[in-house]
Design a protein around this ligand. Structure first.
Ligand code: UD1
Length: 419
């Protein structure tokens, strides 16, 4: 198992180029199953979750070529409709293959993605929407067997919560279905927009607006070249790292309009931000100010995935900051690790109260989950002394070339590969 060794207290300065978004690349790779011809994804980030998606596509019979510049999928060889538990468990968001397999083959067999580090991750919204579209779902012993014996048909689906994954699954099921599908209270995250843009480029007929997505089913989709949108959470993590070290960074390859809620928090903390086209420049003050309230919300609200890195930032701010996590039940596992570094944080239910301290101390800590791990990296960069961060495999799921990216802007960070 690998460890990150970070000597904190170095001011970050320089340029960082953000990768393609993990949360966009994963549904896009599943969507490639719907195309008649090869699909090339540019800017597909080299992450373990992307590799897991590629492994699922290969298992299903597709040819997948991973190169430095992207991923090419030849979907015509698809010959299986079953994802083994081993592959499902590697990446919990593999559930997004459900809608794509149903659309392509009329059936899908997989297991429940299971509970995870963020608390239970039910898929009731996915399944009830798919049932409305003509899918028979048989559940038992942790397995799900889904059949659309007479093909999928359009339906009017109202999600009780704008679930990102459920919206993606319904979209994937709808693009080749008979008739029109309307998704009310659909998720509005930029990654949903990216999926719609890709599908439309391939020939799908989709319109979006006011929380409603309309899909008119078409007979076929044709492959294309498509560049994955920039990763707004990777960008938010680098911005938090710049802020906590009193640094100054220029981020390249970002979409500033996706980061408005994150920018507001950083500005309240005293950072100066200038956004231009696909770049954003941040200059942090010597000591950060508190942020009165950070409430995670569906987009365009503050993203739950940026909660942990921002919490690490506020741990070193002057004054008390309050977080309210409204998306997931259990997303404060990183708090205990931050406390080991000297952070003063109290949690009660969905609320966390952070009393900023003047300094954090390097410590031995473990990543609890992907974004919790990012919080530890941010805290370690701002702490006095050396931190050793274990369970780095969580970070490998969502941060490409993190060590070299941070090293290039002045961090003292190295990865030690254990046995
Ligand atoms: C996606 C993102 C994840 C992000 C989250 C919220 C990917 C690969 N992952 O996860 O990084 O944190 O969106 O922005 O894109 N829920 C139900 N029933 C369902 C579906 C969801 O109760 O059928 C609940 C979940 O338990 C959770 C909330 O809805 O509390 C949000 O989940 P959802 O939006 O579906 O997140 P994911 O798609 O899993």
């Amino acid at each position: 198992m690998s460890t990150l060794v970070i000597e904190g207290g170095r001011t970050l300065r320089g340029d960082v180029t953000v990768h393609g978004a993990k949360n966009s690349a994963l549904p896009l790779l599943a969507a490639a199953l719907l195309s008649d011809s090869p699909v090339v994804f540019e800017r597909c980030p080299p992450l373990s979750d992307v590799k897991a998606s590629c492994a699922i596509l290969r298992h299903l019979g597709c040819t997948v070529v991973e190169t430095d510049s992207g991923v090419e999928v030849m979907p015509d060889g698809m010959c299986r409709t079953y994802i083994p538990e081993r592959l499902m468990r590697e990446m919990r968001s593999s559930i997004v293959f459900l809608g794509a397999m149903l659309a392509r083959a009329g059936e899908a067999h997989l297991c429940f993605p299971g509970g995870c580090e963020l608390g239970p991750r039910p898929i009731d919204l996915h399944l009830s929407a798919l049932r409305q579209m003509g899918v028979t779902v048989c559940e038992g012993g942790g397995a799900i067997h889904c059949y659309a014996r007479d093909g999928l048909h359009g339906a009017t689906v109202t999600l009780s919560f704008p679930s990102v994954g459920a919206t993606e699954n319904v979209l994937l099921a709808a693009v080749l279905a008979r008739g029109e599908t309307v998704i009310h209270n659909a998720a509005n995250e930029p990654e949903i927009g990216d999926l719609c843009r890709f599908l439309t480029t391939c020939g799908a007929c989709i319109t979006c607006g006011d929380g409603t997505i309309r899909v008119r089913g078409v007979h076929r989709l044709i492959g294309c070249r498509y560049a994955v949108m920039p990763d707004r959470i990777e960008a938010a993590t680098y911005l938090a790292a710049a802020a906590v070290t009193g640094g100054e960074l220029m981020l390249h390859g970002v979409e500033p309009s996706h980061l408005s809620a994150v920018f507001s928090v950083l500005q309240e903390a005293g950072c100066a931000l200038v956004a231009q086209e696909d770049r954003v420049h941040i200059r942090a003050p010597k000591r950060l100010h508190r942020v009165e309230l950070i409430r995670t919300m569906p987009y365009p609200g503050f993203p739950t995935d940026a909660q942990a890195p921002m919490m690490a930032m506020t741990a070193l701010a002057e004054g008390t900051s309050v977080f309210v996590e409204t998306i997931f039940d259990s997303r404060y596992k990183h708090v205990a690790e931050l406390q080991r570094m000297g952070a003063s944080i109290k949690t009660e239910g969905r609320t966390a109260i952070v009393e900023g301290v003047p300094r954090l101390c390097g410590a031995r800590v473990n990543c609890t989950d992907l974004r919790g791990g990012a919080a530890l990296v941010v805290a370690a960069l701002g702490a006095d002394g050396v931190s050793e961060i274990g369970r780095v495999y969580h970070l490998d799921r969502g941060y490409a070339s993190l060590v070299s990216g941070l090293e290039r802007v002045g961090a003292s960070i190295r990865r030690v590969d254990g046995t």
